[in-house]
Structure formats: structure tokens, C-alpha cells
Design a protein. Sequence first.
Lengths: 312, 253
Amino acid sequence: MSEPILSIRGLTKEYAGGVKALNAVDLDIRKGEIFALLGPNGAGKTTLINITCGIVSPSGGEILVEGRNWQTAFREARTRIGLVPQELTTDAFETVWSTVSFSRGLFGRPRDPKRIEDLLKRLSLWDKRKSMMMQLSGGMKRRVMIAKALSHDPDILFLDEPSAGVDVELRRDMWEMVRKLRDDGVTIILTTHYIEEAEEMADRVGVISKGQLIAVDDKASLMAKMGKKTLKISLNDPLDTVPDALAQWDVALEDRGNVLCYSFDAHAERTGIASLMSALSASGISYNDLSTHQSSLEDIFVELVHSGGKTL
Amino acid sequence: MNWHGIGAIYRFEMARWKRTLWQSLITPVITTALYFVVFGTALGSRMSTMDGVSFGSFIVPGLTLLSVFMQSIFNASFGIYFPKFTGTIYELLSAPLSSFEAVLAYVGAAVTKSVLLAAVTLITATLFVHVELDHPLAMIFFLVGISSGFCLFGFAIGIWAKNFEQLQIIPMLFITPLTFLGGAFYSVKTLAEPWRTLTMFNPIVHLISGFRWSFYSVADVPVWSSVAVMLGLNALCLAVIAWMFRTGYRLKQ
């Protein structure tokens, strides 16, 4: 693996009052990847982002941005990081143009009207450039927040719940934009409640729960490791109980005994499907339909959070 | 130094000032002009001179500073409090900007506004009363130094304040009375003991005295004392703000 662009070591945060938001989190982010950080509310996702961006002070640990400490080399680190926060916090009386230009200057970049123009056009904000922030819809404000975060051309972009409160169309547009940014070499770390979003976009997924990172893996291998398939067999005649002849398989009855469900490891050498079907025939159990169901990232996420990562 | 960042904040603050020009410039100038009309033109002719200066002229430096004190505090405190209130402070905290640069930008903009306000107020005063300026460089030195001290004070209040009431309470409850009792309308030499000695503990007496000296060469306290209080105010406020940024007091969790 190449040198991580962002390396988090033993990051701990205990808020005044004793709430431990992060507990010795270690995480490496690879250059150019889209990393999705999943976790229930209060898991520590936003705290992790806010510490990385300098908004919250850590209680312990350190963060390296391409090998350099994010506090001692704060100028370099922050110049390279862009943040789209969860809340739509904007200056109500500023125009779109001025607020995006302000962000660019704040992050140490010289004025560049052409760059701002390109950015606004790319985010379909050009027509709104003279509008005040308070005149924009929630979705438009979200786009402006992204424009502000991108105005200084960061290498690392944090998107904290980017799809919160936006409609399906805008969400799809945003996914497309995030992919384009990745293609341009920007490393993207996003938190989301929409597992579908992570499943759609992420190269790697991290699951955080109660301040601890309980799983980090490539999305594909996490789904392969944790993912299960279920074979659903629709029976001609309902069963009251699972026959003893089928006890050796992981089967259960659903839909008032009309459906027999068999969970199996899709990546195992022998799935057991053929022998199960033979056993059904031998037992005289007839069926009229078969279907399979692949567990989603959402199923995996729920299982991980409930087990505290022990299922890995 | 992140000059682009400093420039961005400075321009942002000045743009905000332009949007609220009635509130931040025109209203205080009109209010102060009313003092000149009432105390300078209407009543001033019936009052005796102060330290050999006509009453109308005598009150010009003190009243100008009263405006400067209030607007310096309001402008600087609002400049940093409003991002805290709206949540846009996240951008300042995550920017590659040192605390010194942030203070330079916010306080620099607030000082500019105060100096412009003082200039407009003094020009307006000349329409109603006779104003002399014996030491123009000293006047600029005092004006910038005092504005800077009160802008730093306001900036610290803006970080400290948890709500809009707290933002207003110090200027309204402390600064206005201290200014009225600090020789804005009279020479403290005219006070009887022990008030005269007690008044010397009011730092605003020293600031008004120094500023007035630059106009008419008359002072209630030695000029060095005025300079010392002014520099002391700046140093104290800077130290408090440095501590606030170092500890993240009411800025970071």
C-alpha cells in the first residue's frame, strides 16, 4: 500500500462532562480513494472529522497529513483539506459569489475569478451567483457549501453527511460530482446515514460505533466476508415445523410456513444447495419457486454495530 | 503569513460594515452631532471655559471617543460573535490561519471602521463648534491606539459572550458610565476630593485626557500616563485573546 495521505493514530476525545466520543482510533486513508465512515448517531464520526480539520481539540493521539503532524504543520495540513460540514451554516446576507470567494482567500489562495466561475458552473450555481444565501433552497445551500470547500483546491475533502436533506436527483448529481473529484485525484472521506450512498460510491468502508472503529475494509471484501446469501423456497404446502431431515442445514420457515429460507455462504466451496434440494425431494416436499437474496451493506452495518465488531 | 486569509476577513468585515452603514456610521455620527448642537451651540455659550477652551470645543475629543469606544466594541465583538452564533466559525477554525492573523484581520477591520467614524465625527463637529488640532500626529497615534485597544477588548467580549445580551452588557453597563464620569464633559481638575483622586483610577480619564491634549494642549493627567494606559489596555487585551485562542476558550470544544 502506498503512503497514506491521512494517518490517524490513537485519536481520543473526551468532552467536558466525561462523554468519550473517540477511543484510540487508528485509521489510514489512502490517496485518491473514497472512504465512507459509517456509524449510528453519536458514534464519533463528526468528532473525528472536526478534530482532523482543527475545529475540535483532541484529548490524545495525532494525525499525520502525508507524514506531517496536523498541528505543528497546520498551515500545510489545512490548506490541503476541505470540509463540507453537516449543518448548513452560511452567512445569510452574503451572495454565493462572495462567500465562495471568501473561502478561497481564507484558505490562503489568491483571488481567481475564473476558478470561482468554473466551480460555480460545475456545481450548477452560476445562475445563482448574485443570490444571497438566505434566498437559496437547502439543496442549493448544500452545493454552495461544497463550492466553498473546493474553492481552495484541496487534496482531501471531508463530506459530513453530504446527502442530508437533499432530494434524490441532487443526491445522484452529488455522487456523480464526488466520483469526478476522485477521478481528479481528490481523496474523499464521507460520513453518511444512507448506506446506499456508501455502497454506491465508496472504495473502502469504516464502521465506527461508540467511539471505536470496529471495521475497516474494502467495500467488496467486507461484503464478501460479512455478506450472506439466502435461498428462499416457496412451498406448495405450508409446513408447521422444519422437518428433522433438513436439520443439518441452516433453514427457517417464514410466511406462515409457506417459505423455507436457507442462509449460506456464497463464497464457500460447497454451498449445500444441491444436497438441500435432494433432501427436499427425498422428504416429498414440493415447491413452486426459488429466489436468492444477497445481504446489503446495510445488513452488514447493522450486524456489525449490534455485535460491536465481534462478527468480523 | 496568510495574507490572502487576512485580506479575505478584512474585506468581508468591511463589506458587512458597508451593508449596515446607517447603524454603524450614520447613527453614531448623528447622535454625537446632537451633543455638539445641545452642549456646544445651545448651552455652550452660557457655560464657562474649561482649561481655557470653550465648552463646545472642549467636549469634542471626549464625545468622539465615546462613539469610538462603543463602535469599536460593537464592531469587533459582533465580527467574531456572529460566526459563532451562525456556526460559520468552523471555517475560521479550519483555515490555515494563526490566531494572530485572525486577530489582525478582525481587529484591523474594526479599527479601520472606528478611525473612519472618528474622522466623520470630527469633521461633523467642525460644523457646530470651533475645533483646533495642536498635535495632529499625536491625535492619530492616540486615535489608532485607543481604537485598537477597544477593538481588542470587543473581540475578547465577542469570544466570551454566549448570547446577544452579554454582547451588549459591558459597553452599555460599564463603558458608557465610565466615559461620562471620565471627563468627557468636564475637566477632572474641577472635581472635589476624594472624587478627583478616585477618578484617576478610571482608565478612560487617561485616554480622554491624552486625546484632548492632542487637540488643545490641555490635559488632566500627564501625557505619558495616557500613553501608558493606552498601551497597557492593548497589551492586556492581547494577552487575554492569546490565552483564549491557546486554550480554545469558547471557541473549540
